[in-house]
Design a protein around this ligand. Structure first.
Ligand code: GDP
Ligand code: GDP
Length: 439
């Protein structure tokens, strides 16, 4: 999903851009040669990830001038984007140029999220109301500088993405498209050994090649019908040495790899699993919503295999409840035992992660689930969940419309997620459930 930030100069577009892209990536941006174009970057807003494009600031322009060319350039940026963030300065009020730009944006008929920036402080909300006059929908009272209004922005973007329609799962599931996988884990668990085992015995290797972007290194290979693209975090790490600041982030490797991978193999040392750092990595991957499989490595060193795997599966469900049922595959990276099974399991995990559930099925399930265990009453009134829809897959993300979203306890949300996971066969999938007000 591509989001273009539009608006006249000085309304705070760059500040918003930086906030969406984040400090970590801003560091990358400042390193010459690491990122191609500082005006376009991967953005993250809570659970949403998308590409954000900062169009330059524009003042009114006469034909043939530099400004005019900039208008043309902005036009192209707008044509390429799926959704617009239209930024106005709430303090300055709506200007004629804002109106002119608003026309430009509206003409294209794409979803627009209207951001009334610089709306921090007591009068912010009121100041933002003037932006209604642009006819681009409800303005979000926002402060790019202070970070106010991020949740509202997220909800509005989510809605815009929905209306555009996320990439079709049919396309995503195209068997010829490789599944990008990162091998993650704390030092010494056997990541390099596993990587070598996987690609070493594979002669269909078509890499290493510079992959998706300049700062990722990937290796493509196939196992049977399944095509994989391994994201080389070691390569990423080498490259990241360019910036010392990045190197300092302890989970930096994991975060970087997650940027490029759909699925993660988290390697644990079966002789000492679930150390603190293991859990940090697992939690991060689950929170990022990636398909996740655990390689329970050094299996050859485990004296009591049956007991050990049972304990591991139990521990995973307890420690990573947000993705209960993650597959734990015993492997020996050194000998290669279990590696085939591991890669097949990654394929399965990605398939489940791509699950699409029809609205009809979902609402039949909702009726069943709420009958079996009704939503609680809060301050005397029962919360009603009226309707549910799947907003996207990869990871499966659902929106439930309910009478009082804020009052629904987390425990009930967890109940719904677990029931969804069980009913629609999505073990180990980090399911997302968003609540919206709807009567
Ligand atoms: P752009 O030209 O649209 O990219 O605007 P910039 O991001 O460069 O911001 C223009 C000016 O507005 C800068 O001085 C920012 O510090 C300031 N600014 C940006 N966002 C906010 C905000 O939320 N509140 C306030 N008070 N100032 C902001
Ligand atoms: P990394 O730091 O996670 O990349 O770990 P390495 O791949 O460098 O492995 C760390 C150590 O564990 C090395 O001495 C490996 O030989 C050893 N090792 C890796 N996989 C296995 C395995 O399946 N069984 C045994 N016994 N040792 C392993």
């Amino acid at each position: 999903m591509k989001v273009a930030i539009a608006g006249r100069a000085n309304v705070g577009k760059s500040t918003l851009f930086n906030r969406l892209v984040g400090k970590r990536l801003a560091i990358v941006d400042d390193t010459p040669g690491v990122t191609r174009d500082r005006r376009e970057a991967e953005a993250r807003l809570q659970d949403l990830t998308f590409t954000v494009v900062d169009t330059a600031g524009f003042e009114g322009a006469d034909e043939g001038t530099l400004e005019h060319r900039m208008w043309a350039q902005m036009g192209r940026a707008l044509d390429e984007a799926d959704v617009y963030l239209f930024v106005v300065d709430a303090r300055a009020g709506v200007t004629p140029l804002d109106e002119q730009l608003a026309d430009e944006v509206r003409r294209r008929g794409k979803p627009v999220v209207l951001v009334a920036n610089k709306a921090e402080g007591r009068n912010g909300e009121v100041a933002s109301l003037e932006a209604y006059s642009l006819g681009l929908g409800d303005p979000i009272a926002f402060s790019a500088e202070h970070g106010d209004g991020l949740s509202d922005l997220r909800d509005a973007l989510m809605e815009a993405f929905e209306s555009v329609g996320e990439p079709l799962p049919e396309e995503d599931e195209d068997a010829s498209k490789p599944i990008s996988v990162a091998i993650l884990g704390r030092p010494n668990v056997g990541k390099s050994t596993l990587l070598n085992q996987i690609i070493g015995e594979e002669r269909m290797l078509t890499g290493p090649e510079a992959g998706l972007t300049r700062d990722s290194i990937t290796v493509d290979f196939s196992r049977g019908e399944q095509h994989f693209r391994l994201v080389d975090t070691a390569g990423l790490r080498r490259r990241a040495r360019v910036t010392e600041a990045l190197e300092k982030a302890s989970t930096g490797d994991t975060i970087r790899a997650m940027k490029y991978a759909e699925a993660a193999i988290v390697v644990l040392d079966a002789t000492m699993p679930f150390e603190k750092q293991d859990l940090t990595i697992l939690d991060l991957v689950a929170r990022e919503g990636r398909a996740l499989v655990i390689a329970f490595n050094k299996w050859d060193l485990v004296p009591t295999p049956d007991e050990s795997i049972r304990a591991a599966r139990e521990a995973v469900n307890r420690l990573i409840p947000q993705a209960a049922g993650i597959r734990v595959v015993p492997v020996s990276a050194l000998s290669g035992r279990g590696v085939d099974k591991l890669m097949a399991t990654v394929g399965d995990a990605v398939e489940r992660w791509s699950t699409r559930i029809s609205t009809g099925k979902l609402n039949r399930w909702l009726e069943m689930a709420t009958q079996r265990h009704a939503p609680p009453a809060v301050s005397g009134r029962r919360i009603k969940i009226r309707y549910m829809t799947q907003a996207k897959s990869r990871p499966p993300t659902f929106i439930a419309f309910c009478s009082r979203p804020d009052a629904l306890p987390d425990s009930y949300k967890r109940y719904l997620i677990n029931s969804l996971r069980e009913t629609f066969d999505m073990p180990g999938v980090p399911i997302r459930l968003l609540l919206r007000k709807g009567d």
